[in-house]
Design a protein around this ligand. Structure first.
Ligand code: ADP
Ligand code: 5GP
Length: 202
């Protein structure tokens, strides 16, 4: 049987560079990026089915009612959720599945998948975070301020994550996350069946 992939959750303050880092990571053939559903309106560069599945509130509600979401949460006035089937399918194919989600959703997934690996991506400092959010140019000042306030609240969850990766340079951050996944794959608890397999081979 094919070894299951790692369920990799990446969270971190808005503007820390999650989308950028995860975009690079998902270019690797061993990784599959889960596309979330959201009630947020698309940004000018965003396409339905590529960046998100953009939904009306009613549609999102019906996904919840039909148990189609692995987790969901409200973040800065919009709903976001992870479609369940894609995640389970890709893990069974042996791919590492990336969820780029906020903190509340992370702990819902951790309850269902205790073996998930939790990475918290942070900017080098708050000044850089602000400048990245402003530089991205996708939100108005009021929304940026809301997201910075939420960023500070989210930092409180840092100790609950398995790893912290500082996103100073995108390439370094990607290399560090890949190193985490490779090490996680060797954790003994993921290989307990080897004991029986080896006995059976005698
Ligand atoms: P998030 O998904 O966490 O909200 P983004 O990936 O959209 O963040 O990144 C926010 C902005 O910061 C974008 O304009 C992106 O190009 C830029 N950015 C991301 N990572 C870095 C980095 N390591 N150095 C400089 N700018 C970065
Ligand atoms: P953005 O609006 O910047 O794309 O995303 C806002 C926040 O929602 C980010 O912290 C992002 O990680 C999070 N997010 C995106 N998709 C999901 C999801 O499916 N579930 C949860 N819980 N959070 C998500």
């Amino acid at each position: 049987m094919k070894e299951k992939g790692i369920l990799l959750i990446i969270s971190g303050p808005s503007g820390s560079g999650k989308g950028t880092v995860v975009g690079e990571l998902s270019k690797d053939v061993n990784y599959a990026l889960s596309i979330s559903a959201t009630t947020r309106k698309p940004r000018p560069n965003e396409e339905n089915g590529i960046h998100y599945f953009f939904k009306e509130k009613e549609e999102f509600k019906s996904m919840i009612e039909n148990n189609q979401l692995l987790e969901y949460a409200c973040f800065c006035d919009n709903y976001y959720g992870t479609p369940r089937d894609y995640v389970e399918g890709k893990l069974n194919e042996g791919l590492n599945v990336i969820l780029e989600i906020e903190v509340q959703g992370t702990f819902q997934v951790k309850e269902k998948y205790p073996e998930a690996v939790l990475v918290f991506l942070v900017p080098p400092n708050i000044k850089e975070l602000k400048s990245r959010l402003v530089g991205r140019g996708t939100e108005d000042v009021e929304t940026i301020n809301k997201r910075i306030k939420r960023a500070l609240e989210e930092m409180e969850f840092l100790p609950k994550y398995d790893y912290v990766v500082i996103n100073d340079e995108v390439d370094f951050a990607v290399t560090k996350i890949m190193a985490v996944v490779e090490a996680e794959k060797m954790k003994s608890f993921r290989h307990l069946s080897l004991m029986e397999t080896f006995k059976g081979e005698i």
